[in-house]
Design a protein around this ligand. Structure first.
Ligand SMILES: Nc1ncnc2c1ncn2[C@@H]1O[C@H](COP(=O)(O)OP(=O)(O)OP(=O)(O)O)[C@@H](O)[C@H]1O
Ligand SMILES: [Mg+2]
Length: 262
């Protein structure tokens, strides 16, 4: 059963005083994502990946078409969709524990229950020893883990992630990717993960949707047949290398085509 459906979605941003031309960011986007699937949206910068994610998150409305979650039209953000952004989304004046406690406290959970859950989720992202530290005392990767714990504690069945590891160095990035894989193996949430990195998409996803240059359309999708549980060693597999090559060619051909048209 698909739990996220995008049908004929178009997003046209209106022109402004300075730039009078409207921007067609997405055109006729169709997606059908079943429960518990890990999906990556792969495409070049500016192709509309964030716009598509923001539609599903309910931060934005389509100018045409529709977005459904569990057969209900999306009418704004909701607790069943947790969002992780590119830069860490934490309150700098709260400690790690207070940051993670924020959601459940808001939902009126008891103090004891919140405290127990906070420890559990901090442990899962490896930050329990830092529970009383402030975000500024953490590294970039640790802050992003804190963001993840803040979202995971609300246990949303759907995780929407917009290049969450884009700002991290290569080593930290692999550690975060493997952490996410480990969390997903256990919880099996529906994940939509935006990236422009082919290797990241292949390491993580069950299915990769390839988007065209603007206006963003879904060009194609590939199913990733690599066995799970996965870690970064999977990038040595022949199947991984073949898929990498074919995705690279697809993105390259589309970029070359749109450069010729422009
Ligand atoms: N609020 C907005 N108003 C006007 N145009 C916008 C707005 N948000 C995005 N756009 C335009 O829509 C297009 C798609 O932007 P979007 O941010 O979705 O791309 P992206 O694929 O996420 O890129 P990146 O990989 O660089 O994050 C771009 O041309 C951008 O300029
Ligand atoms: Mg983006």
């Amino acid at each position: 059963m698909p739990n996220i459906t995008v049908r004929g979605a178009e997003v046209k941003f209106p022109g402004t005083k300075k730039h009078s031309e409207p921007v067609l960011a997405l055109s006729d986007v169709n997606l059908s994502i079943p429960d518990q699937q890990f999906v990556c949206l792969l495409g070049p910068s500016g192709c509309g990946k964030s716009t598509l994610l923001n539609l599903i998150a309910g931060f934005l409305e389509p100018t045409d078409g529709e977005v459904l979650v569990d057969d209900e039209p999306v009418a704004g953000p909701g607790p069943e969709r947790g969002v992780v952004f590119q830069s860490a989304n934490v309150f700098p004046w709260l400690t790690c524990a207070q940051n993670v406690a924020f959601g459940p406290k808001l939902r009126g959970k008891s103090k004891a229950e919140v405290a127990e859950q906070v420890d559990h989720y901090l442990e899962r992202v490896g930050l329990l020893p830092f529970k009383d530290r402030l975000p500024m005392e953490l590294s970039g990767g640790m802050r992003q883990r804190l963001s993840l714990a803040r979202v995971l504690i609300n246990d949303p069945p759907i995780l929407l992630m917009d290049e969450p590891f884009g700002a991290l160095d290569a080593q930290t990035r692999i550690i975060m990717q493997e952490l996410l894989l480990e969390l997903w193996e256990r919880d099996r949430k529906t994940v939509i993960f935006v990236t422009h990195d082919i290797d990241e998409a292949l390491l993580l996803a069950d299915r990769v949707y390839v988007m065209s240059t603007r206006p963003g359309r879904i060009l194609d999708h590939v199913d990733v047949p690599l066995a799970r549980p996965r870690n970064y060693q999977v990038s040595n597999d022949k199947a991984f290398r073949d898929l990498r090559q074919s995705l690279f060619e697809q993105l390259h051909d589309d970029a070359a085509h749109s450069a010729n048209v422009a």
